[in-house]
Structure formats: structure tokens, C-alpha cells
Design a protein around this ligand. Sequence first.
Ligand SMILES: [Zn+2]
Length: 241
Amino acid sequence: MPKAAAAAATAEADAGAVSLTYDDGLSSQLDTAVPALERRGMHGTFYVTWDNIVDRADDWARLPTRGHELGAHTVSHSCNLGTLSARAYADREFKPLEAWLDRVAGPGRARDFAYPCDVTDLGPGTANVERARYEAMLRRLRIQSARNSEGPPNPAGWVRQHPFRLQALAVGYDAQPLDVFNYLQRARAARHWAILVFHQVGDGPEADGAVSAAEHEALLDIVAASGLSVRTVGDQLRRMR
Ligand SMILES: [Zn+2]
């Protein structure tokens, strides 16, 4: 690459990034969020829950061929892990989903995960012991990152040190469009990595964190105007290595 082009590429890489993540494998994401992203040439990371996608698994399986990323969000979205052993949890909630993801996206795909309900306490012990047990289990499954739903944009040093503690902003709970705008501007100014979390987008059962199709469009406009590069979680992690 010529020097000027390399410098431009570095400047672009340093300008900060934003990942658009969608949790739970909801049909409204296939029907409303995906078309809205594709109209803008954007790609999302979809953390799918098997029980929610099973009826339309073939539709979900097509997303990786269109540049989107499929990540894991367990089989049944259990939010109470206190008494489970790591092995039982992996066997029940991860292995069937990871096997399907390998089939549809390839075994060499990025393996990214989002914690259901932000719960990280697996098995007995102190919070640190529980979290360490959870992370060790994820590493055994060759998962490279895990996302929570709170916290400021991610500095590169934080990501390298704590890939299983990616921080994000959940849209539609307390985060209104102005909060999203401010969060993205903060990422842009510091050249950090912003991660937005969506749930229900457009029509579907009433749920916490739901946004209408129009609200989703408006938020994508804010993202497009932010100056941040839109990348999937797996793509951003690859670039940061
Ligand atoms: Zn969830």
C-alpha cells in the first residue's frame, strides 16, 4: 500500500468505530432491522437465542452470506445460573447453538457472545470466582469476546485486557436518541469503540427496550452521521489485533 493510502487507512482505523448489535434473535430484526441496515450498506451483529430463531432458522442462516455476523446468546436465555456447573451450562446452552453457527457461518467464523440479562455469575463463589469460571468456559468453547449492556465506549486497552467484558449502550431502556448521540460523540472524540444494543425493532410483542421502525431508522441516521466506522463485533476485534 502506498504511504499516503496507508496513512489514510490508519487515520480511518483510528477514528473510532461503532457496532450495531441485536439481541435475542427476534423476528422483527429479520423483517425490519436487517432491511434498514442493508439500505444503508451497514452490517450488524446478531446475538441469537436458539429458542427464538428455530422457527425461521433458514432465514437467520442467510445473514452471514450478506455480511452480517451471527453471535451466540444461548439456547434458552436462562438468566439464573447460580447452581449450574460450567460443563452442564456449556452442554445445554452453548454446544447445540455453536454447532448450528458452525454449519451456517463456518467453523472459522468469529465467535462472539452476549451475556443474557448481563448475568455473569456462574456456579458458586464470589463474584470474581463466578466470572472467572464463566470466562474459562467461554474460552474452552473458543469464544473470543462477550458483551454486557452497560458502560462507556471501549478503549482499545480495555478490549485487549477484558475481551469478555465488552461494554455497550442498550437503546430504548434509559437511552433516548440524545443519549445515543452523546455516547457516539464521546466514542468519536476519544477514538473508542461504541457498541449499541437493540432488542425489538418495529412490530412485535410489547417488550422492554423496544424501538419502532421509525425510531430505529432515526438512530441509524445518527450512527451514519457520527463519523464512526460501522463494523461487526468480529470485524472490529480482527482490526484491533
Ligand atoms: Zn437477551
